[in-house]
Design a protein around this ligand. Structure first.
Ligand SMILES: Cc1ncc(COP(=O)(O)O)c(C=O)c1O
Length: 438
């Protein structure tokens, strides 16, 4: 069957369902196909235009069709798409130098991969090789990717496939402030109990020698769950004599998205031994990687290679994208636009009774939908809000263990006008989703 232009939307959906895995989920009752984009807007196959507050899962970082990025990609594509890491790749070297300088990691080395999963796999492989133990600590409600090793440290049952784990993993607390053992605690008490839990886990579930702790500074798939500032810094201190390395998964929180910092770990006073990155750096190109202290990165006593990691095409696009982000101070913009959106959502709280929590930092805003007046998750209301927003030309994402948290994460280049319009539409959708008897 050819891709005839006359194929209708319904036919494409049917063909998708006939050939793709059933677990590859699509948003919306009537899923859409996005065919072009410009700035913060995308257009679907039927020509309908949307303001995009999810950016291809926080990946379209500087925007669609950014001239500087597109021309770097086009130029590189017309010269050479791929050569492999067996040869020098100057954009890869330049990009590694710039990321290393920004990383905050001492004596950094950078290894490029093609996905966040592969970046985390690499960090875990390095940690276990360097520390000569396969004991790992991870955080409940986390998501780190889809491979067996990334899933082994993913504390979200909906993504766990089977029980296989290459590591001995123990899960510590962190993330949610609305439910679970640390719910409704003030910052000090949250941190105190989290540290107590970690100490208990170390004593009861490990032999005292741990390879690493891996954590997202703000949990992405987990519904933009934000622990108190400083939490992971105290956790790192408490790791003490276990020798555990600290891996900060910056796949969602990196590149200034949180507004106040370039990396999410900076809100915690953590000194990471490694950080992993993906999503935003490529603005849609398959580009990811890990930054590690040299002694850790170089501790492998075997060869390792990622055929596509840091390819000429991805590296040239990533470099132009990073330079655009820095030159246009998009981190500052994330801070300003994020607070504009949050204040509008907060103002409307009395008319949006299904909103149990608004949280996040910068342009990483979570809106948790529950049955009005309770903390009982309402994925149904979240879906209704998403459908309503879509009908008004606004796309948002969702996450959280129960799928009831809207994820608001537009490209970092969003303008004030777009932020205000999007916030207004979202408020209208939340009012609709808060109606009695839904
Ligand atoms: C925090 C985090 N780590 C890792 C990953 C995995 O990245 P990828 O889907 O590129 O493999 C994701 C993906 O959503 C993520 O959010």
């Amino acid at each position: 069957m050819g891709s005839t232009p006359e194929s209708t939307h319904e036919e494409w959906l049917k063909r998708h369902r006939a050939v793709m895995p059933k677990w590859l989920s699509l948003y919306y009752d009537s899923p859409i196909e996005l065919v072009s984009g410009d700035g913060r807007h995308v257009v679907d196959r039927d020509g309908k235009r949307y303001l995009d507050f999810f950016g291809g899962i926080l990946t379209t970082m500087t925007g669609y069709n950014v001239k500087e990025v597109v021309s770097a990609i086009t130029e590189q594509a017309s010269n050479m798409v791929h050569s492999s890491t067996l040869y020098l790749i100057s954009p890869m070297i330049e990009l590694a130098e710039e990321i290393a300088a920004l990383s905050g990691i001492e004596n950094p080395r950078v290894f490029f991969t093609t996905s966040g999963t592969e970046a985390n796999d690499t960090a875990l492989m390095l940690a276990t090789a360097y520390r000569r133990t396969s004991q790992i600590l991870a955080v409940r409600n986390s998501y780190h990717g889809r491979s067996p090793s990334a899933l082994a440290v993913t504390g979200n049952i909906h993504y766990r496939v089977g029980t296989y784990s290459p590591f001995q993993v123990s899960y510590v607390l962190g993330g949610s402030r609305l439910r679970g053992p640390l719910a409704q605690l003030d910052d000090e008490e949250y941190i105190r109990r989290g540290v107590l839990d970690l100490e208990d886990v170390l004593q009861t579930q490990t032999n005292g020698s741990v390879a690493a702790l891996i954590a997202e500074p703000i949990q992405g798939v987990g519904g933009f769950a934000v622990p108190p500032d400083g939490y992971f810094g105290e956790i790192q201190k408490a790791l003490g004599s276990s020798g555990a390395l600290y891996i900060s998964d910056e796949v969602q929180t990196g590149w200034g998205r949180t507004g106040e910092h370039f990396w999410g770990y900076e809100a915690h006073g953590v000194r990471p031994d490694m950080l992993t990155f993906a999503k935003g750096i490529g603005n849609g190109l398959a580009l990811a990687g890990v930054v590690a202290r040299a002694e850790i990165m170089d501790s492998l006593n075997a060869s390792s290679i990622s055929t596509f990691g840091g390819s000429p095409l991805a590296a040239a696009g990533g470099l132009a994208n990073l330079r655009y982000l820095l030159a246009n101070k998009l981190q500052d913009n994330a801070l300003k636009m994020g607070s504009l959106i949050v204040s509008r959502l907060q103002e409307a709280r009395s008319e949006t009774s299904a909103v149990a929590d608004i949280r996040g930092k910068g342009l990483m805003i979570g809106v948790e939908l529950c049955e009005p007046g309770t903390v009982m998750p309402s994925p149904k209301r979240a879906d209704l809000v998403m459908e309503y927003a879509k009908s008004k030309g606004l796309l948002v994402g969702k996450g959280g263990l129960a799928g009831n948290v809207l994820r608001v994460a537009p490209p970092l280049s969003i303008t004030e006008e777009e932020a205000s319009l999007g916030a207004e539409t979202l408020v209208e959708a939340l009012e609709f989703g808060s109606k009695e008897g839904l």
